[in-house]
Design a protein around this ligand. Structure first.
Ligand SMILES: NC(=O)C1=CN([C@@H]2O[C@H](COP(=O)(O)OP(=O)(O)OC[C@H]3O[C@@H](n4cnc5c(N)ncnc54)[C@H](OP(=O)(O)O)[C@@H]3O)[C@@H](O)[C@H]2O)C=CC1
Ligand SMILES: O=C(O)[C@@H]1CCC=N1
Length: 273
């Protein structure tokens, strides 16, 4: 099974909200024909209705044996939504789940033993081709199936294969949810700038460009992030004063982020049950 097979046999999206749309936007931009895509979503967005005008199959009858069914409804909705695609669980169709918490065991119970299932955790920067997705397959997924999932996901960013499904909770808490942490950092940096007297639009521009630029530097530089931090921190200077607050082991970022990640992982487990 390869990308041509995907275009011929079809890609079905069960649920196409924020995450499904972020990935679909990248796939269509990368050349997947709209006519090869079937979307099942009870309340499609304006963006999806516009893609339907271009040939995307929106809430129409599904192909006989699609190459991939992407499961992108909320975990809480999965029990209700899954029966719509259970008929594809005969081994010919690869299921690709992006739902937080829902384990390969959960899908085996509902789809049976024949269905190849890849569990993946993407993130929303996929919409601009800058996502990162971790993935792992069940024992019905062969190398070709995993490679196809990887090719599809790498069209919207980087991919990483997990060694064990148990790693997925931590991945979710770091890179799945992580963009929200960073967006909140941008919001709070801008708000702090406004509190110090900057105009709101200027403070937001400074915050966005700083986070975007620092992220890109962290990815491209030969030095690691700790050294890049040191490079900003003139001894006895202004950054050092701020970092004394932010790096406080009890009240700073380390303790705060560790608590946030613990909370995310607890919720991930709850959603899986
Ligand atoms: N958002 C993110 O950053 C990430 C999300 N995920 C995972 O992606 C999945 C989707 O999340 P997200 O996109 O944020 O959520 P959304 O609520 O935006 O998207 C889910 C979509 O599924 C639709 N839906 C609900 N019930 C059904 C059904 N029975 N059949 C078909 N479609 C249905 C919803 O419609 P309606 O709105 O009308 O209910 C909605 O459009 C979740 O499982 C989440 O864990 C993974 C990584 C990152
Ligand atoms: O908030 C959520 O549950 C999903 C999973 C990762 C990001 N969003």
């Amino acid at each position: 099974m390869d990308m041509d097979d995907l275009a011929d046999r079809g890609l079905v999206l069960l649920g196409c909200g924020k995450m499904g749309s972020a990935m679909l936007e990248g796939w269509l931009a990368g050349g997947l024909p709209a006519r090869s895509v079937w979307v099942m979503d009870p309340y499609p967005s304006q963006w999806l209705r516009e893609r339907a005008v271009e040939g995307l199959n929106l809430n129409e009858s599904l192909p006989d044996a699609p190459a991939i069914v992407l499961l992108a409804v909320k975990p809480q909705m999965m029990d209700d939504a899954l029966p719509q695609v259970v008929g594809f669980a005969d081994g010919r169709t690869l299921f690709l789940s992006v739902a937080a918490g829902k384990t390969l065991g959960y899908y085996a119970e509902r789809l049976g033993d024949a269905a190849p299932v890849v569990r993946a955790m993407p993130n929303t920067p996929a919409a601009v081709g800058r996502g990162i997705t971790a993935l792992i397959g069940n024992d019905r997924v062969d190398e070709a199936g995993l490679a196809l999932a990887e090719r599809l996901l790498s069209a919207v960013g980087q991919t990483v294969r997990l060694e064990a499904e148990a790693q997925m909770g931590a991945v979710t808490a770091i890179s799945g949810c992580g963009p929200a942490y960073v967006f909140h950092l941008i919001e709070t940096m801008a708000a702090a700038g406004v509190a110090q007297g900057l105009p709101a639009d200027m403070a937001m521009r400074l915050a966005k460009a700083t986070v975007g630029g620092a992220g890109q530097l962290a990815e491209l530089a030969a030095e690691d992030p700790a050294q890049l931090r040191v490079n900003v921190t003139s001894p006895g200077g202004v950054t050092a004063a701020a970092l004394t607050v932010l790096m406080d082991p009890d009240k700073g970022f380390p303790a705060l982020l560790s608590r946030a990640v613990d909370a995310a992982m607890t919720r991930d487990k709850e959603l899986g049950s």
